[in-house]
Design a protein. Structure first.
Length: 351
């Protein structure tokens, strides 16, 4: 028995060293201490066949071996558990002294900023914002604006015609004038702006086939050219600063009479002459004029009654390009930059 116990102990010590993980340790425990097939259990059972003196000595040796095996297994189990905790801690190590990650902050696109700044100025002056469709018909885009089919002014705004239904992409937001007066919410008073996309067969460094405009229309009793000049001057000064002079030049648009072209003292060179103002000291910024009586008459004809009587009411209208405002504002010379959405460009603006 003594030899068997010693051999078993040596086997166990060797196997314990080789046991790498919890399941190997459990297998070892079963093999030595298992109730049915355990090697120590089997020797315990064999004790009964020995004589009393021999049995006492062998029993003591077996008990010692059992204690040795149990404590060896327990210690190995504890070691395995603390090893895996240490490994996990190492793996999940978190450096709480690192600075946090800030999500990038978005901002307004320079065209959105220009449009909203324009809108804010007119909202503060009591204007309403009116929205119209980009797919239009000939009537709202040209006809009602005193540009019949053979009118030469149409050539300046050649557009994209849809194949069916006589539809086209609007060439200007002046369509909003007609649509608003026809919708006729509180006649004959009108004080609106219509921001939106417009389309033309134009394509060069300062023109894009799609761009944005803001139209304005004011109608009422006793509206004069003086109101037009005062409003536009107040608006341009609010947008660019009161230090820049505003100049009105005679011009021609079919839907206004008289018509004016509005220039702003160059915001880049202050009027001395530079590349942006083509050495003139002035920037062409918008078209405007007193609403032509033919426009009121066209609306009345559609409505079937006289709502905007040209003998009773007058009005002024204006239109300007949002890209143009943003280009002048930021000294940008290529309109494409607005549409490429390159963050290196967009991040240069305060939004
Ligand atoms: N519709 C013109 C354009 O697209 C701009 C314009 C000029 C609008 C004079 C007006 C106006 O309302 O009175 O170039």
């Amino acid at each position: 028995m003594k030899d068997q116990v010693r051999a078993l102990r040596e086997d166990f010590d060797r196997e314990l060293k080789a046991a790498g993980d919890a399941s190997a340790l459990q297998a070892l425990r079963d093999r030595y201490l298992g109730r049915k097939a355990g090697a120590i259990t089997a020797l315990m059972k064999a004790l009964g066949a020995l004589g009393p003196a021999e049995r006492r000595v062998a029993g003591q040796e077996l008990n010692e071996l059992k204690t040795h095996v149990e404590s060896g297994l327990d210690a190995a189990r504890d070691r395995a558990a603390s090893d895996s905790t240490a490994q996990r801690l190492a793996r999940e190590r978190l450096d709480i002294t690192l600075p946090g990650r800030r999500p990038p902050h978005g901002r307004r696109h320079p065209l959105t900023a220009a449009r909203e700044d324009l809108e804010d100025i007119f909202l503060a002056m009591g204007y309403e914002i009116f929205d119209g469709p980009e797919v239009e018909d000939d009537y709202h885009c040209f006809e009602a604006l005193n540009m019949p089919a053979d009118h030469p002014a149409r050539d300046m705004q050649d557009t994209f015609y849809l194949a069916e239904g006589g539809l086209l992409l609007r060439t200007h937001t002046s369509t909003g004038q007609i649509r608003y007066m026809l919708s006729n919410p509180h006649p004959p008073d009108v004080r609106i702006i219509c921001p939106g996309k417009v389309y033309r067969r134009d394509d060069d460094i300062t023109h894009s086939p799609m761009f944005q405009q803001i139209e304005g229309l004011v109608v009422g009793k006793g509206i004069t050219l003086g109101d037009l000049k005062g409003t536009i001057e107040a608006f341009l000064h609010a947008l660019f600063g009161a230090q820049f002079p505003v100049r009105f030049r005679p011009s021609y648009f079919p839907y206004t009479e008289p018509s004016v072209e509005v220039d702003l003292g160059c915001v880049v060179c202050g009027g001395k002459g530079c590349r942006v103002c083509k050495q003139t000291g002035w920037l062409e910024i918008m078209g405007s004029g007193m609403v032509h009586p033919a426009v009121f008459e066209a609306v009345n004809a559609r409505l079937g009654r006289v709502v905007y009587d040209p003998e009773e009411v007058t009005g002024f209208a204006f239109g300007l390009g949002i890209e143009r405002v943003a280009m002048v504002r930021h000294g940008i010379d290529n309109i494409r930059l607005f549409y490429e959405n390159d963050l290196r460009f967009l991040e240069q603006f305060p939004g």
